[in-house]
Design a protein around this ligand. Structure first.
Ligand SMILES: [Zn+2]
Length: 243
């Protein structure tokens, strides 16, 4: 009986103290991810899987829905089929994007915790940008949070997403000119994790994205991609699975 009381006390302790403390700490350390998880309780309106500020115009909403549909088809075509079902959060103001996306004010970003959540800014209302983020979401859905966070190197994640991002200034033609016919490419495979991939001048960062796109393009076929996912899900390291 005493033992039962002790167990009950511990369970109550977890619910009453530890969970709220952990949730609060998560909010302090990861404010944007926490707000995405709680988007249903924000003042945003919802249509299908798209959340938006009430000030968003109906025309903008129509455009967004069309682009999301087209991006979804592009991703499905690349992967063979689409498995991701992301939540989309459209932020019409910089202030909102800082709350749900990031402080860097990227055009769009994807949050993974209990997600994926694709956060789109005003500048991110673009087929290539949405397809890029959708690709990150697809990889996440196929691997799960742990592998995405700890096994996938940054260069590969971005290089893969870039396969569905057809913006002209990231094209092979641009890279060919910028890298002296592919002779002066940065070694992006050194960028395993963290922010190093995005460090440097705007030009250097763009070159990293292009070089990562180039490396993945030379490796990719639907079979190699499927094999990589199967191997990673079987517990292999990225280096083993990528071979
Ligand atoms: Zn990306």
């Amino acid at each position: 009986m005493k033992k039962l009381k002790k167990i009950t006390f511990r369970i109550v302790l977890v619910f009453v103290i530890l969970i709220p403390v952990a949730a609060f700490a998560h909010f302090i350390i990861f404010p944007q991810e926490s707000r995405c998880i709680l988007i249903a309780y924000s003042g945003f309106k919802k249509e299908g899987r798209l959340y938006f500020n009430t000030n968003t115009s109906p025309a903008k909403l129509d455009t967004l829905k069309t682009l999301i549909e087209q991006a979804s088809l592009r991703v499905a075509n690349f992967w063979g089929r689409k498995t991701a079902n992301p939540t989309f959060i459209y932020c019409d103001t910089e202030e909102d994007f800082k709350k749900y996306g990031n402080e860097r004010l990227d055009p769009a970003t994807t949050q993974y915790k209990l997600g994926p959540y694709i956060v789109i800014s005003k500048e991110g209302v673009d087929l290539d940008i949405i397809a890029h983020e959708f690709s990150h979401a697809e990889l996440y859905t196929r691997l799960g949070f742990y592998k995405m966070q700890f096994k996938i190197p940054r260069w590969f994640d971005e290089g893969l997403a870039m396969q569905n991002d057809w913006r002209n200034y990231y094209s092979e033609d641009t890279l060919q000119v910028r890298s002296n016919n592919f002779k002066n490419l940065p070694d992006v495979t050194q960028f395993n994790r963290g922010g190093a991939f995005n460090e440097g001048t705007h030009e250097q960062v763009m070159l990293n994205y292009m070089a990562a796109k180039h490396a993945v393009k030379n490796w990719y076929s639907r079979q190699t991609l499927d094999k990589l996912i199967t191997n990673l899900n079987a517990g292999k390291s990225f280096e083993e699975a990528f071979k």
